[in-house]
Design a protein around this ligand. Structure first.
Ligand SMILES: Cc1ncc(COP(=O)(O)O)c(C=O)c1O
Length: 405
């Protein structure tokens, strides 16, 4: 088996086969001397709206600006955002005058439903973030606005606004910044065009001056022709990982377009070290939940244990068009072996316990031994020599303290 590096992301694999078309599109823009507010942007807006199943698309400079434009057009005053998103979601909204409140997430990473009794006043409307390309929680009522930066290929519900990012690594990525809002509402689309500042005349005092340039639109038009095929490739990669991890209990539940392929593991840093040693890239999206960061939002006031656990355990694996099956299998094998599911090997769960931490450590270790249990691998629990919590475990440090499961 090859041991060539597997980068976390390699855009050249998608760009390589269409490079001549990209070069020609850029050259045509330069030759036409039309750089802003030209035919490429208009055509891309029509094509992107059609791809999303919406009537209008308004392009702008970034996904963050798209959120600001949409919230301004909707006159949104307050919004709830899940704590496991990245700050850009929650930065785009306050610039439109929205008061943002952070909420916790459940074990599946979806915004945690309010606990009974219902909070008073009721929580502000949710702006769902379709993280990693995961679809909204089944049966969740439609929202007015979605952060769809990760969800290219998703069709927003009628009347909803969706904010898209074309950051280079996105499923449809520009060669720089870019964003758009889609909507079925012609009046909202016009408001957003005025906010973008397309004319020589000031049409809205809240104008942002946020435009997509013609070269990016031209490149995005070339790439959009290949998007269905690239989305299908991501689905195949996701399905192959899902099959490999089926017994490990580490994959996320629910349908996904796999902008990112994420797993949740207890010993994330250890797994990353294993992957790095084998030349395999991985990344964390994201390490620090919003409620632990200073920002233009109001923390819920409560702690967000679900988001803390999520951000401490989520890990993204290579997933992009051009990733080969043998590479997916190498990544999956490395993950499986690290977690002890490699078959036949005994795994040792080392509990570096300080007094009082036993329950938390055990909960983490439980997840770690799941794969072993599923594959029938014996587990030996090893007590750390410096363990002060002698009440919890007893015996010689290398003595099995639980029967192999
Ligand atoms: C979930 C999410 N929302 C919003 C954004 C903002 O998009 P942009 O970087 O185009 O401003 C990003 C970008 O990575 C994102 O991942």
């Amino acid at each position: 088996m090859s041991d060539a590096p597997i980068p976390f992301c390699d855009l050249s694999r998608a760009h390589g086969p269409i490079r001549a078309d990209i070069d020609a599109a850029i050259r045509a823009c330069i030759d036409s001397s039309a750089f802003l507010r030209g035919p490429q942007t208009q055509a891309f807006e029509e094509e992107w709206a059609a791809f999303c199943g919406q009537r209008h698309a308004v392009t702008c400079n970034s996904g963050t600006d798209a959120l600001t434009l949409a919230a301004t057009a909707l006159n949104l005053r307050a919004a709830t955002v899940p704590s496991n998103t990245l700050p850009l979601t929650a930065i785009g909204l306050p610039r439109a005058g929205v008061t943002v409140t952070i909420c916790d997430v459940d074990d599946d990473g979806w915004p945690a439903p309010p606990v009974a009794p219902a909070p008073h006043p009721p929580p502000a409307p949710l702006v769902p973030v379709l993280l990693y390309g995961r679809l909204p929680r089944p049966a969740e009522p439609a929202s007015a606005l979605y952060d769809a930066a990760h969800a290219h290929g998703w069709k927003p519900p009628p009347r909803a606004l969706a904010a898209w990012s074309f950051y280079p690594t996105k499923t449809l990525g520009a060669l720089g910044d870019g964003g758009a809002v889609t909507t079925d509402d012609a009046a909202l689309a016009q408001t957003m065009r005025d906010l973008c500042g397309r004319d020589d005349q000031l049409r809205d005092r809240r104008q942002l001056t946020s435009r997509m340039d013609e070269m990016q639109a031209a490149v995005l038009r070339v790439k959009l022709r290949h998007l269905p095929e690239w989305i299908a490739m991501r689905q195949q990669i996701g399905a192959r990982y899902d099959r490999a991890f089926a017994q490990l209990g580490i994959n996320l539940r629910g349908p996904s377009l796999h902008h990112l392929y994420c797993i949740r593991v207890p010993d994330r840093e250890g797994l990353q070290r294993t992957l790095t040693a084998r030349g395999i890239g991985s990344k964390v999206h994201w390490e620090m939940p919003l409620h632990r960061q200073e920002g233009p939002w109001q923390a819920s006031g409560a702690t967000c244990p679900g988001a803390d656990a999520w951000c401490a355990s989520v890990l993204s694996l290579p997933c992009y068009p051009g990733l080969r099956e043998d590479e997916i299998d190498r990544v999956a094998a490395a993950v499986g072996e690290h977690l002890g599911g490699g078959g036949g090997r005994q795994i040792a769960v080392e509990l570096a316990l300080a007094a009082g931490q036993f329950a938390a450590e055990l909960a983490l270790a439980e997840r770690q031994i799941c794969p072993a249990r599923a594959s029938g691998t014996p587990v030996v629990w090893i007590r750390h020599r410096d363990n002060a919590d002698s009440g919890a475990l007893s015996g010689n440090p290398t003595e099995p303290i639980m029967a192999p499961c």
